[in-house]
Ligand binder design. Structure first.
Ligand code: PMP
Length: 358
Protein backbone atom coordinates (compact mmCIF):
# COMPACT_ATOMS: atom_id res chain seq x y z
CA UNK A 1 0.00 0.00 0.00
CA UNK A 2 1.43 3.41 -0.95
CA UNK A 3 1.86 5.79 1.95
CA UNK A 4 1.72 8.93 -0.21
CA UNK A 5 3.45 11.93 1.35
CA UNK A 6 5.32 11.60 4.63
CA UNK A 7 3.39 13.75 7.09
CA UNK A 8 5.41 14.78 10.15
CA UNK A 9 2.64 17.17 11.29
CA UNK A 10 1.94 17.54 15.02
CA UNK A 11 -1.80 17.03 14.70
CA UNK A 12 -4.05 16.22 12.97
CA UNK A 13 -1.30 13.69 12.46
CA UNK A 14 -0.46 10.74 10.22
CA UNK A 15 -2.58 7.62 10.66
CA UNK A 16 -1.37 4.13 9.73
CA UNK A 17 -2.30 3.15 6.12
CA UNK A 18 -4.10 0.02 7.41
CA UNK A 19 -6.36 2.19 9.57
CA UNK A 20 -7.03 4.63 6.72
CA UNK A 21 -7.93 1.70 4.52
CA UNK A 22 -10.41 0.29 7.07
CA UNK A 23 -11.94 3.73 7.65
CA UNK A 24 -12.45 4.28 3.96
CA UNK A 25 -14.21 0.91 3.66
CA UNK A 26 -16.48 1.80 6.59
CA UNK A 27 -17.26 5.20 5.09
CA UNK A 28 -18.79 3.37 2.15
CA UNK A 29 -20.47 0.51 4.08
CA UNK A 30 -20.17 -0.20 7.79
CA UNK A 31 -19.93 -3.96 8.24
CA UNK A 32 -23.13 -5.54 6.89
CA UNK A 33 -25.42 -2.64 7.79
CA UNK A 34 -25.78 -1.54 4.17
CA UNK A 35 -24.89 2.04 5.02
CA UNK A 36 -21.96 4.22 6.03
CA UNK A 37 -20.26 4.67 9.42
CA UNK A 38 -21.06 8.36 8.86
CA UNK A 39 -24.76 7.44 9.05
CA UNK A 40 -24.56 4.98 11.95
CA UNK A 41 -27.10 5.84 14.67
CA UNK A 42 -25.53 6.74 17.99
CA UNK A 43 -28.16 4.86 19.98
CA UNK A 44 -28.00 1.61 18.01
CA UNK A 45 -26.47 -1.73 18.99
CA UNK A 46 -23.55 -1.32 16.54
CA UNK A 47 -22.34 1.90 18.12
CA UNK A 48 -22.72 0.46 21.61
CA UNK A 49 -20.41 -2.36 20.50
CA UNK A 50 -17.88 0.24 19.28
CA UNK A 51 -18.00 2.02 22.64
CA UNK A 52 -17.70 -1.18 24.69
CA UNK A 53 -14.85 -2.63 22.62
CA UNK A 54 -12.95 0.66 22.75
CA UNK A 55 -13.34 0.89 26.53
CA UNK A 56 -12.14 -2.64 26.99
CA UNK A 57 -9.12 -2.01 24.70
CA UNK A 58 -8.21 1.16 26.65
CA UNK A 59 -8.38 -0.74 29.96
CA UNK A 60 -6.27 -3.57 28.53
CA UNK A 61 -3.63 -1.28 27.01
CA UNK A 62 -3.40 0.75 30.22
CA UNK A 63 -3.43 -2.24 32.56
CA UNK A 64 -6.31 -0.75 34.56
CA UNK A 65 -9.55 -2.26 35.81
CA UNK A 66 -13.19 -1.31 36.25
CA UNK A 67 -12.26 1.11 39.06
CA UNK A 68 -11.51 3.51 36.18
CA UNK A 69 -14.23 4.98 33.96
CA UNK A 70 -13.40 5.42 30.27
CA UNK A 71 -15.10 8.24 28.36
CA UNK A 72 -15.08 9.55 24.82
CA UNK A 73 -15.71 13.27 24.92
CA UNK A 74 -16.30 16.11 22.49
CA UNK A 75 -14.13 19.22 22.43
CA UNK A 76 -10.61 17.82 22.21
CA UNK A 77 -7.95 18.76 24.75
CA UNK A 78 -9.15 22.24 25.62
CA UNK A 79 -12.55 21.02 26.75
CA UNK A 80 -10.71 18.96 29.35
CA UNK A 81 -8.73 22.03 30.42
CA UNK A 82 -12.16 23.49 31.28
CA UNK A 83 -13.95 20.44 32.69
CA UNK A 84 -11.21 19.39 35.10
CA UNK A 85 -11.36 22.51 37.31
CA UNK A 86 -15.14 22.85 36.78
CA UNK A 87 -15.72 19.38 38.15
CA UNK A 88 -13.03 19.03 40.79
CA UNK A 89 -12.71 22.51 42.33
CA UNK A 90 -15.34 24.25 44.43
CA UNK A 91 -15.23 27.65 46.08
CA UNK A 92 -11.65 28.70 46.72
CA UNK A 93 -10.12 25.25 46.53
CA UNK A 94 -6.56 24.95 45.29
CA UNK A 95 -5.11 22.92 42.46
CA UNK A 96 -1.44 22.58 41.49
CA UNK A 97 -0.26 22.89 37.90
CA UNK A 98 3.13 22.39 36.29
CA UNK A 99 3.90 24.96 33.63
CA UNK A 100 6.08 23.01 31.21
CA UNK A 101 4.92 24.43 27.86
CA UNK A 102 2.25 26.05 25.77
CA UNK A 103 -0.54 23.56 26.49
CA UNK A 104 0.32 23.33 30.17
CA UNK A 105 0.07 27.12 30.37
CA UNK A 106 -3.24 27.13 28.54
CA UNK A 107 -4.61 24.54 30.97
CA UNK A 108 -3.58 26.92 33.77
CA UNK A 109 -5.35 29.88 32.13
CA UNK A 110 -8.56 27.84 31.82
CA UNK A 111 -8.37 26.58 35.41
CA UNK A 112 -8.03 30.09 36.80
CA UNK A 113 -11.70 30.70 36.00
CA UNK A 114 -12.64 28.13 38.65
CA UNK A 115 -10.18 28.00 41.53
CA UNK A 116 -7.00 29.07 43.23
CA UNK A 117 -4.31 27.77 40.89
CA UNK A 118 -0.77 27.33 42.18
CA UNK A 119 2.05 26.93 39.69
CA UNK A 120 4.32 24.32 41.25
CA UNK A 121 7.09 24.51 38.65
CA UNK A 122 7.73 26.41 35.44
CA UNK A 123 10.32 26.50 32.68
CA UNK A 124 8.79 29.52 30.97
CA UNK A 125 11.86 31.68 31.63
CA UNK A 126 14.06 29.48 29.48
CA UNK A 127 11.46 29.33 26.69
CA UNK A 128 10.40 25.87 27.87
CA UNK A 129 13.64 24.34 26.59
CA UNK A 130 13.69 21.93 29.56
CA UNK A 131 11.32 20.40 32.09
CA UNK A 132 10.75 22.30 35.32
CA UNK A 133 11.94 20.54 38.48
CA UNK A 134 9.22 18.27 39.87
CA UNK A 135 7.64 19.95 42.94
CA UNK A 136 9.52 18.93 46.10
CA UNK A 137 6.59 19.46 48.47
CA UNK A 138 2.95 19.72 47.49
CA UNK A 139 0.63 21.32 50.06
CA UNK A 140 -1.81 18.68 51.39
CA UNK A 141 -4.87 20.82 50.60
CA UNK A 142 -4.07 20.73 46.85
CA UNK A 143 -7.03 18.95 45.20
CA UNK A 144 -4.97 17.59 42.31
CA UNK A 145 -1.73 18.11 40.39
CA UNK A 146 -2.08 18.65 36.65
CA UNK A 147 0.81 18.22 34.23
CA UNK A 148 1.47 17.56 30.54
CA UNK A 149 3.35 14.30 29.96
CA UNK A 150 4.70 15.46 26.58
CA UNK A 151 5.06 19.08 25.53
CA UNK A 152 4.07 19.03 21.88
CA UNK A 153 5.28 22.49 20.91
CA UNK A 154 8.62 22.64 22.73
CA UNK A 155 9.61 18.97 22.48
CA UNK A 156 10.11 17.94 26.09
CA UNK A 157 8.71 14.82 27.75
CA UNK A 158 8.55 13.36 31.25
CA UNK A 159 10.15 9.92 31.12
CA UNK A 160 9.96 9.34 34.88
CA UNK A 161 7.91 10.98 37.57
CA UNK A 162 8.22 10.60 41.34
CA UNK A 163 5.30 9.34 43.44
CA UNK A 164 3.03 11.99 44.88
CA UNK A 165 0.41 11.83 47.58
CA UNK A 166 -2.35 13.84 45.90
CA UNK A 167 -4.42 12.88 42.81
CA UNK A 168 -2.36 13.17 39.66
CA UNK A 169 -3.94 14.30 36.37
CA UNK A 170 -1.99 13.92 33.14
CA UNK A 171 -2.58 15.52 29.75
CA UNK A 172 -1.24 12.73 27.53
CA UNK A 173 -2.49 14.18 24.26
CA UNK A 174 0.78 13.82 22.42
CA UNK A 175 2.31 10.66 23.89
CA UNK A 176 -0.46 8.30 24.98
CA UNK A 177 0.28 4.67 24.08
CA UNK A 178 3.74 5.61 22.77
CA UNK A 179 5.63 3.82 25.56
CA UNK A 180 5.13 1.59 28.60
CA UNK A 181 3.69 3.63 31.44
CA UNK A 182 2.12 2.89 34.81
CA UNK A 183 -1.32 4.40 34.17
CA UNK A 184 -2.54 3.28 37.59
CA UNK A 185 -0.50 6.11 39.15
CA UNK A 186 -2.93 8.60 37.65
CA UNK A 187 -6.26 9.59 39.16
CA UNK A 188 -7.15 10.84 35.69
CA UNK A 189 -5.53 11.07 32.29
CA UNK A 190 -6.80 12.30 28.99
CA UNK A 191 -5.71 12.73 25.40
CA UNK A 192 -6.97 14.76 22.47
CA UNK A 193 -7.29 12.02 19.85
CA UNK A 194 -5.70 13.65 16.81
CA UNK A 195 -2.14 12.37 17.34
CA UNK A 196 -1.74 8.76 18.50
CA UNK A 197 -5.37 7.69 18.73
CA UNK A 198 -7.49 9.15 15.98
CA UNK A 199 -8.94 12.30 14.51
CA UNK A 200 -9.63 15.83 15.88
CA UNK A 201 -12.43 16.85 18.19
CA UNK A 202 -12.57 13.61 20.17
CA UNK A 203 -10.82 13.18 23.52
CA UNK A 204 -10.20 10.01 25.48
CA UNK A 205 -10.78 10.62 29.20
CA UNK A 206 -10.02 8.07 31.91
CA UNK A 207 -10.99 8.83 35.52
CA UNK A 208 -10.64 6.82 38.70
CA UNK A 209 -13.96 6.27 40.43
CA UNK A 210 -12.68 7.75 43.70
CA UNK A 211 -12.10 11.07 41.94
CA UNK A 212 -15.59 10.95 40.40
CA UNK A 213 -17.15 10.18 43.78
CA UNK A 214 -15.68 13.42 45.15
CA UNK A 215 -17.53 15.63 42.64
CA UNK A 216 -20.26 17.68 44.29
CA UNK A 217 -20.51 20.63 41.88
CA UNK A 218 -23.79 21.15 40.04
CA UNK A 219 -22.98 21.37 36.35
CA UNK A 220 -24.83 21.24 33.03
CA UNK A 221 -24.83 17.53 32.05
CA UNK A 222 -22.54 17.91 29.01
CA UNK A 223 -19.83 19.36 31.27
CA UNK A 224 -20.39 16.96 34.15
CA UNK A 225 -18.16 13.87 34.23
CA UNK A 226 -20.65 11.96 36.37
CA UNK A 227 -23.48 12.60 33.89
CA UNK A 228 -21.23 11.54 31.00
CA UNK A 229 -20.32 8.31 32.79
CA UNK A 230 -24.00 7.62 33.54
CA UNK A 231 -24.82 7.99 29.84
CA UNK A 232 -21.78 5.93 28.71
CA UNK A 233 -20.44 8.82 26.54
CA UNK A 234 -23.72 8.88 24.57
CA UNK A 235 -25.36 11.79 26.36
CA UNK A 236 -25.94 13.67 23.12
CA UNK A 237 -25.29 12.72 19.49
CA UNK A 238 -21.86 11.17 19.86
CA UNK A 239 -19.05 11.61 17.35
CA UNK A 240 -19.70 8.12 15.98
CA UNK A 241 -17.19 8.15 13.12
CA UNK A 242 -14.46 9.86 15.19
CA UNK A 243 -14.80 7.31 17.97
CA UNK A 244 -14.77 4.52 15.36
CA UNK A 245 -11.43 5.80 14.02
CA UNK A 246 -10.13 5.70 17.60
CA UNK A 247 -11.33 2.11 17.95
CA UNK A 248 -9.40 1.17 14.79
CA UNK A 249 -6.31 2.92 16.20
CA UNK A 250 -6.65 1.03 19.50
CA UNK A 251 -6.92 -2.28 17.63
CA UNK A 252 -3.83 -1.36 15.61
CA UNK A 253 -1.89 -0.45 18.77
CA UNK A 254 -2.92 -3.68 20.47
CA UNK A 255 -1.96 -5.81 17.45
CA UNK A 256 1.46 -4.17 17.28
CA UNK A 257 2.01 -4.17 21.04
CA UNK A 258 3.20 -1.26 23.18
CA UNK A 259 6.65 -2.85 23.65
CA UNK A 260 7.24 -2.93 19.87
CA UNK A 261 5.83 0.57 19.47
CA UNK A 262 8.13 1.87 22.22
CA UNK A 263 11.20 0.18 20.69
CA UNK A 264 10.39 1.74 17.30
CA UNK A 265 9.78 5.16 18.85
CA UNK A 266 13.14 4.95 20.69
CA UNK A 267 14.88 4.05 17.45
CA UNK A 268 13.21 6.83 15.42
CA UNK A 269 13.98 9.49 18.03
CA UNK A 270 17.59 8.32 18.49
CA UNK A 271 18.17 8.49 14.74
CA UNK A 272 16.84 12.01 14.43
CA UNK A 273 18.51 13.47 17.54
CA UNK A 274 21.80 11.94 16.46
CA UNK A 275 21.53 13.65 13.08
CA UNK A 276 20.75 17.00 14.74
CA UNK A 277 23.47 16.69 17.40
CA UNK A 278 26.10 15.88 14.75
CA UNK A 279 24.97 18.61 12.41
CA UNK A 280 26.73 21.84 11.53
CA UNK A 281 23.47 23.35 10.27
CA UNK A 282 20.75 22.23 12.68
CA UNK A 283 20.52 23.09 16.39
CA UNK A 284 18.26 21.28 18.90
CA UNK A 285 15.79 23.31 20.98
CA UNK A 286 16.16 20.98 23.97
CA UNK A 287 19.81 20.51 24.98
CA UNK A 288 19.08 18.44 28.12
CA UNK A 289 19.07 14.91 26.69
CA UNK A 290 17.00 13.40 29.53
CA UNK A 291 14.22 15.95 28.91
CA UNK A 292 13.90 15.36 25.19
CA UNK A 293 10.63 14.23 23.69
CA UNK A 294 10.52 11.08 21.61
CA UNK A 295 7.29 12.30 20.00
CA UNK A 296 8.05 15.88 18.90
CA UNK A 297 11.62 16.76 17.97
CA UNK A 298 12.18 20.52 17.76
CA UNK A 299 15.20 22.17 16.16
CA UNK A 300 16.20 25.23 14.22
CA UNK A 301 18.74 25.90 11.48
CA UNK A 302 21.63 28.37 11.81
CA UNK A 303 19.60 31.04 10.00
CA UNK A 304 16.15 31.60 8.51
CA UNK A 305 17.29 31.37 4.91
CA UNK A 306 18.58 27.86 5.57
CA UNK A 307 15.28 26.95 7.20
CA UNK A 308 13.32 28.08 4.16
CA UNK A 309 15.64 26.17 1.84
CA UNK A 310 15.39 22.97 3.85
CA UNK A 311 11.60 23.15 4.04
CA UNK A 312 11.51 23.59 0.27
CA UNK A 313 13.77 20.60 -0.23
CA UNK A 314 11.51 18.53 2.01
CA UNK A 315 8.41 19.54 0.08
CA UNK A 316 10.10 18.66 -3.19
CA UNK A 317 10.68 15.22 -1.69
CA UNK A 318 7.08 14.75 -0.49
CA UNK A 319 7.96 15.34 3.15
CA UNK A 320 5.50 17.71 4.79
CA UNK A 321 4.31 19.04 8.14
CA UNK A 322 7.68 19.76 9.74
CA UNK A 323 7.49 23.53 10.07
CA UNK A 324 8.00 24.42 13.76
CA UNK A 325 5.30 26.09 15.82
CA UNK A 326 5.60 29.89 15.60
CA UNK A 327 6.59 30.00 19.31
CA UNK A 328 9.85 28.11 18.60
CA UNK A 329 10.33 28.54 14.84
CA UNK A 330 12.48 26.19 12.81
CA UNK A 331 11.27 22.62 12.62
CA UNK A 332 9.18 20.21 14.60
CA UNK A 333 9.20 16.61 13.50
CA UNK A 334 6.42 14.60 15.08
CA UNK A 335 7.27 10.93 15.46
CA UNK A 336 3.91 9.54 16.55
CA UNK A 337 3.25 5.81 16.45
CA UNK A 338 2.11 5.79 12.81
CA UNK A 339 5.42 7.23 11.57
CA UNK A 340 7.74 4.48 10.38
CA UNK A 341 11.51 4.23 10.87
CA UNK A 342 11.83 4.30 7.06
CA UNK A 343 10.19 7.73 6.97
CA UNK A 344 12.63 9.04 9.58
CA UNK A 345 15.55 7.53 7.69
CA UNK A 346 14.37 9.35 4.58
CA UNK A 347 14.32 12.65 6.48
CA UNK A 348 17.74 12.10 8.03
CA UNK A 349 19.20 11.30 4.59
CA UNK A 350 17.74 14.54 3.29
CA UNK A 351 19.22 16.50 6.20
CA UNK A 352 22.64 15.06 5.41
CA UNK A 353 22.25 15.74 1.70
CA UNK A 354 21.27 19.34 2.52
CA UNK A 355 24.32 19.84 4.72
CA UNK A 356 26.71 18.81 1.99
CA UNK A 357 25.27 21.55 -0.24
CA UNK A 358 25.42 24.51 2.17
N1 PMP B 1 -2.72 19.25 25.03
C1 PMP B 1 -1.67 18.93 24.25
C2 PMP B 1 -0.47 18.29 24.88
C3 PMP B 1 -1.71 19.21 22.89
O1 PMP B 1 -0.66 18.91 22.12
C4 PMP B 1 -2.85 19.82 22.33
C5 PMP B 1 -3.00 20.13 20.87
N2 PMP B 1 -1.94 19.98 20.07
C6 PMP B 1 -3.92 20.14 23.19
C7 PMP B 1 -3.82 19.83 24.53
C8 PMP B 1 -5.14 20.84 22.67
O2 PMP B 1 -5.96 19.97 21.98
P1 PMP B 1 -7.22 20.51 21.15
O3 PMP B 1 -6.69 21.28 19.98
O4 PMP B 1 -7.92 19.25 20.78
O5 PMP B 1 -8.00 21.37 22.08
Amino acid sequence: MSIGKINFGAGPAALPPEVLHDVSKAVWRYKNTGYSILELPHRGAEFLEIIEESKSLVRGLCGIGSDYEVLWMHGGGRMQFSMIPMNFLSGKETAGYIDSGHWAAEAIDYARYYGDIKILGSSKETKYDRLPAWPAAIPADTKYLHFTTNNTIYGTQYHNIPDISIPLIGDMSSDIFSCKRDYSRYAMFYAAAQKNIGTPGVALVVIHKSLLDGITNKLPPMLDYKAQVKENSILNTANVSGIYVSLLMLRWIKAKGIATIEAENDQKAAMLYEAIDNSKVFVPHVKEVAHRSKMNVCFIAKNEALEKDFLKLCEQNDIIGLQGHRAVGGFRVSLYNAITAESVTRLVELMKEFETKV
